[in-house]
Design a protein around this ligand. Structure first.
Ligand code: NAD
Ligand code: GLY
Length: 375
């Protein structure tokens, strides 16, 4: 049988290096692909209540046929699962299964499963291996790569976590066929982000049709965009694994605004993480234009492209909180991106020209928020 085409990318991090395989029908080949990176032929697959009925059985069958012993844990789906309570439940179940130092965890699901499983792997038995099998567009293009793992707390998103790189990322783009289109659009914001940060040609390609094709379900367009995104992220992570040099910080474009919107809307269904990042990216370009750093036409271009694909460009006016600028600013003040009390934003000199801007004045941020809330 001819194997469907698979692209393999490498995240080059010396002894923590790993491959990202992107292709079709990879879950069916997971056993063969995963076996070489396992210290022992034993894994615990962790998934969520939406993904498990769709893909857990085929993943387990593939692992079993490769001689790998498997156990399964299924967590409730949704961002609320990324908390201390579910971390404790997960760790308790893992310990009850008598995991050992050379057992590997497998995260089968979106960014929520990937983040909590990665964090559990970082701390269980002082650190065990894990493999990412991302099933949302957002997790395939962003969260499964780079080793950031975390849970949310009442103080904000991702405030407790660890850098812990996976041993392998298996990205089966066929899983996107069952993903609701709202989630596809949310993941798209993270794809477009790479173009906005450092790849104007990629953004132009998305505008020229790649974006519309991938949202419409075109498999080649999806693979191309996932591969391009992972290649971009792999390069950034290899150069700045722990976000100390500045390059990785650029990946937070839209996140200071986005996290504030998410926190204010309660991390629920009102605003998905990717939607918040999309709105936040529009706001970051509006702020850049207002500060005279980029042309207003660049900010208009971002807004126009997102709107043309049905992405949110402003905070939703219905079924959500009554947005309040002071509350959003307060959320920003507790974000990880605060240094010595000054707000750090990722701003841009134009499309593909993002940079880290420290000490942005509150008055300008307030203006952008006021306008977005009133829009
Ligand atoms: P998610 O994991 O909640 O998945 C979205 C929804 O889709 C869930 O209901 C899930 O059950 C369902 N789902 C997943 N795959 C499916 C499939 N193939 N078919 C049908 N339904 C499916 O959300 P997400 O958008 O994947 O991830 C968001 C999380 O990722 C946030 O917590 C965010 O903080 C985190 N994140 C982390 C990083 C990182 O570097 N670690 C980067 C970006 C985002
Ligand atoms: N999603 C931002 C990062 O991985 O650094």
């Amino acid at each position: 049988m001819i194997e469907p085409k698979t692209n393999t990318l490498r995240v080059a991090l010396a002894e923590r290096s790993y491959d990202i395989h992107v292709g079709s029908a990879l879950i069916a080949r997971a056993g063969a692909l995963m076996a070489p990176v396992l210290q022992r032929p034993r894994v615990v697959v962790v998934s969520d209540t939406n993904v498990a009925p769709l893909y857990l059985a085929s993943l387990i069958a593939s692992l079993t046929s490769a001689g790998i012993r498997t156990d399964e844990i299924v967590l409730p789906a949704g961002e609320q699962t990324k908390d201390f309570a579910h971390l404790e439940i997960l760790l308790d179940q893992l310990l009850a299964l008598h995991i050992e130092r050379r057992t590997t965890l497998v995260a089968l699901g979106g960014g929520v499963v990937g983040d909590i499983v990665g964090f559990a792997a970082a701390i269980a038995l002082r650190g065990i291996d894990f493999v990412q099998v991302p099933t949302t567009l957002l997790s395939q293009v962003d969260s499964s790569v780079g080793g950031k793992t975390a849970i949310d707390t009442r103080h904000g998103k991702n405030l407790v976590g660890a850098f812990h790189q996976p041993r392998l990322v298996l990205t089966d783009i066929d899983t996107l066929a069952t993903l609701p289109v709202r989630e596809i659009r949310a993941g798209y914001a993270e794809i477009a982000k790479y173009g906005l940060i450092n790849d104007a040609a990629f953004f132009a390609r998305l505008e020229a049709g790649l974006g519309a094709q991938l949202i419409a379900g075109d498999a080649d367009a999806r693979r191309e965009a996932v591969v391009a995104s992972c290649a971009n992220k792999a390069q950034v992570v290899a150069g700045d694994e722990r976000e100390t040099e500045g390059a990785r910080a650029l990946l937070n474009l839209g996140h200071t605004f986005g996290h504030a919107l998410e926190a204010e809307s309660g991390f629920g269904d009102t605003l998905l993480h990717g939607e918040a990042v999309g709105i936040g990216s529009v706001m970051a370009f509006e702020l850049s234009a207002r500060l005279g750093l980029c042309a207003q036409s660049d900010a208009d271009r971002v807004r126009r492209h997102y709107a043309s694909l049905g992405l949110r460009t402003d905070p939703p006016k219905t079924n959500g909180p009554v947005w309040n600028t002071d509350k959003l600013l307060a959320h920003m003040a507790s974000d990880k991106k605060v240094e010595d009390g000054a707000l750090t934003f990722i701003l841009a000199h134009g499309i593909g020209k993002a940079f880290v801007a420290k000490g942005v004045t509150l008055a300008e941020v307030r203006h952008v928020l006021d306008r977005a809330i009133a829009a």
